[in-house]
Design a protein around this ligand. Structure first.
Ligand code: ADP
Ligand code: ZN
Ligand code: ZN
Length: 731
């Protein structure tokens, strides 16, 4: 008999330990497979972490332990799901992020292989069936049968579903002339791109590649201004690595927003590329995953979770736009793809290349200390100039167009001039909806989300009030629910309002809006981007979705309608985020032959995040922001971890958070700054109350020990749940 230790599928702290089950069958159970087990009278998934042979009977075991072990219900997998590297990575990630192993497994594996019960209904392997020739003698066959037999012989094999006359094929099968073979099918349909000869590299690109090749360092940070040709560097390096017999992992922030990157890789490397992103169906993910695991593809292009792709013999890992926060998962296990990339790089002796026009401060600071090897591309391709920029002070009424409180004279005139040259405009406003606040003029009542407590945004297209944090919606009311007044005031503006305003001021311009409302329908993103690229649209209006990565040759004006949004958010990262967004947005202008212009409207015209972004001067911003971080003891000068307590009863949540703060103060002594309990920006989550603690410290190894102890002590309470977010981005 075998005693099988399994992790069960609930990624809950209190259940974060192996449970024992018996197996009396003949199969030798292997570590790393999934089994079905009974837990609390339900059949759920378990992941086998250990197996012991025993000669004792079930009765003897029960006598020993004092309780009855139940039996495994069934075995799901024949072979282990992870290879040795990924098993090691599983341990490393779950220990670095203090996360339950099962939660790491659930992000590592595609839905069909995930240790959760929904996998039972997940897609299975699909096959294509073919007719193939066995015997080409034609004696005794009818003319029709001979015709099909010769066709199959000539084609070598024919897809079964392409043969119309099934009865004739059946006769040939019966007569033993042909047989059916099957082959696994790839459900993701990839267009057949033509190979394009790469452009000749510029001297700058060659120099970067040479420096990369000549060095033995592990991790590189490529700081390259917008339009400096970073993509071509990725492609060249990838080609080298493939030629040396190794494989390449290429991460991008979000594929639907940057379809060009995938296309570049498909053009160059064709069938050798597997694609992993969140818009794939579970069936497509499963096929891509198996193709990678079987070694049929040597390049993976994918988003955050693709960092766990079962690629073997990795020679290079690239993170494009490495500063992007979507690389950090903000739910369990709270991992950051950059850290995981470095772990995998070490194991594989592979180089890791991080790249951005606006690197994260953390990465740039590691570059400064030579932990990462800095590489630079300081000029645009063909020495194309960076755009001319103009900051417009919106506090000065003389700058504002009387006819529109949203647009300045400068921006309105520039849009006009650009359109009359038949060139294109991007307008960025990093807020969706029509107006951001609705309140009653009589009694002052503010419309807020009942679950999150944050102000509701008015959306004109469907006349609804929406919460931008959860999915709460309500129809826009006629009267104030508090006092019955009809005088409701809408203030603040978002993308919808800008689109209205543009339609009013430029009635002949063709506009499209791209934000997460318009992108609810997934195919809208590529359609919008494609329409803009083909110049079927003159003005593209959108949120940060339109700021990144795109390469539109005819965009010569970028208007940042209100640069201050975000700067007033209560986070130490808000300057960095604003700088990155403005710099990236400006970088969309004037990328090909025509010179570009960018106009930045702001109420804070002398804020350094805005002035340095206008100058496209990352290095100056970096130095200034580093001084601020040093003063305030924030990353990169400190490590941070947030601890969130979540429970039904608010008083008990507060009480317990205080106890945890006390514990942490005792343990860290004076080696950490502990802030809290604080009430998060969104204080309630699906009826659960939240309180947070922020830890700032210098010694991550010590913190890991203390956090583990904290989880042991407080993590098993039925009144509340604890979430530990190492290197948190939520503060
Ligand atoms: P980045 O990612 O650095 O912002 P891209 O990789 O998008 O910049 O490159 C900007 C533009 O320059 C693209 O249109 C690209 O096709 C072009 N380009 C890149 N390298 C070369 C080269 N060696 N010769 C000619 N054009 C190039
Ligand atoms: Zn009122
Ligand atoms: Zn809400």
């Amino acid at each position: 008999m075998q005693i099988v230790k399994v992790l069960i599928e609930y990624a809950n702290r209190t259940l974060n330990r192996p449970f024992s089950y018996l197996y009396k069958g003949n199969v030798k159970i292997q570590k790393g497979i999934r089994v079905l087990v009974n837990f609390n009278h339900r059949d759920i998934f378990g992941y086998v972490v250990d197996v012991e042979e025993t000669n004792k009977t079930a009765e003897e075991l029960e006598m020993e332990s004092g309780y009855q072990l139940s039996e495994i219900v069934s075995i799901i997998d024949q072979t282990p799901l992870l290879d040795q590297e990924l098993l090691t990575l599983l341990d490393e990630v779950s220990s670095y992020y203090q996360a339950p192993k099962i939660s790491v497994l659930q992000v590592m594996l595609p839905p069909s292989l995930s240790p959760r019960k929904s996998a039972l209904k997940a897609p299975k392997i699909a096959y294509d069936q073919f007719y193939e020739l066995l015997d080409d003698s034609e004696e005794g066959l009818t003319n029709k049968q001979i015709e099909l037999l010769r066709f199959i012989k000539q084609e070598k094999r024919v897809l079964k579903k392409d043969v119309k006359s099934k009865s004739i094929a059946d006769k040939l099968l019966e007569a033993g002339k042909i047989h059916i073979t099957k082959e696994e099918k790839r459900r993701l349909k990839i267009p057949d791109y033509k190979y394009e000869n790469p452009p000749l590299l510029t001297d700058d690109q060659k120099n970067v590649i040479k420096e990369f090749n000549d060095s033995n360092d592990d991790v590189y940070l490529l700081e390259g201004v917008t339009g400096s040709g970073k993509t071509e560097v990725y492609l060249s390096l990838s080609e080298q690595v493939l030629n040396s017999g190794k494989s390449v992992l290429m991460l991008v922030p979000e594929i639907s927003l940057t379809p060009m990157m995938v296309e570049y890789f498909l053009h160059r490397f064709k069938d050798n590329v597997a694609i992993l992103h969140s818009d794939l169906t579970p069936a497509e993910k499963y096929d891509e995953y198996r193709k990678i695991a079987k070694g049929e593809c040597h390049i993976v292009v994918g988003v955050r979770s693709a960092i766990f792709a079962p690629l073997k013999n990795i020679g290079l890992i690239i993170l494009d736009e490495e500063h992007t926060e979507s690389y950090k998962q903000d739910t369990l296990p709270f991992y950051h793809a950059r850290e995981v990339a470095i772990m995998r790089g070490k194991y594989n002796h592979a180089k890791v290349l991080l790249a951005s026009a606006t690197p994260s401060l953390e990465s740039r600071a590691r570059g400064q200390k030579n932990v990462y090897h800095m590489l630079y591309l300081t000029k645009r391709i063909n020495n194309q100039k960076l755009p001319t920029t103009k900051i417009v002070n919106m506090l000065d009424y003389r700058n504002i167009d009387r006819d529109s409180y949203i647009f300045s004279h400068a921006l309105r005139e520039a849009i006009h001039a650009t359109l009359s040259r038949n060139e294109q405009v991007i307008l960025l406003i990093n807020r969706r909806g029509f107006s951001t606040h609705v309140n009653c003029r009589e009694c002052g009542h503010v419309f807020k989300c009942p679950t999150c407590g944050i102000a509701l945004t008015y959306h004109k297209s469907d006349n609804m009030l929406k919460c931008h944090h959860c999915d709460y919606v309500e129809p826009y009311p006629e009267v104030c629910p508090e006092c019955g007044s009809r005088h409701l005031l809408k203030t603040g503006f978002g993308t919808e309002k800008i689109q209205d305003e543009v339609a009013r001021l430029f009635p002949n311009a063709r506009t499209l809006r791209l934000d997460s409302d318009s992108a609810k329908n997934k195919s809208r993103i590529p359609e919008t981007i494609e329409a803009f690229r083909k110049k079927e649209v003159d003005i593209l209006i959108g949120t940060q979705m339109i700021a990144k990565g795109h390469d539109f040759p005819d965009v010569t004006l970028v208007g940042i309608v209100l640069a201050d949004i975000g700067l007033s958010m209560p986070s130490f990262r808000s300057n960095e985020r604003a700088f990155q967004l403005i710099t990236q947005a400006i970088g969309r202008s004037g990328r090909k032959e025509k010179p570009g212009l960018a106009i930045i409207q702001t109420y804070m015209p002398s804020h350094y995040a805005i002035t340095f972004a206008a100058r496209q001067d990352y290095e100056l911003f970096y130095r200034k922001e580093m001084e601020m971080r040093k003063l305030q003891f924030y990353p990169p000068y400190a490590y941070i971890t947030s601890v969130t307590v979540r429970g039904r009863n608010e008083d008990s949540v507060i009480e317990n958070t205080y106890q945890i703060v006390d514990f942490l103060n005792d343990e860290f002594f004076d080696e950490a700054q502990i802030l809290g309990p604080t009430t998060p920006y969104v204080p309630v989550d699906m009826g659960f109350h939240l309180r947070s603690i922020l830890l700032k410290y210098r010694d991550p190894a010590k913190a890991r020990v203390i956090l583990a102890k904290m989880l042991d002590l407080f993590g098993n309470n039925s009144q509340f749940e604890l979430f530990v977010n190492v290197d948190s981005y939520n503060f």
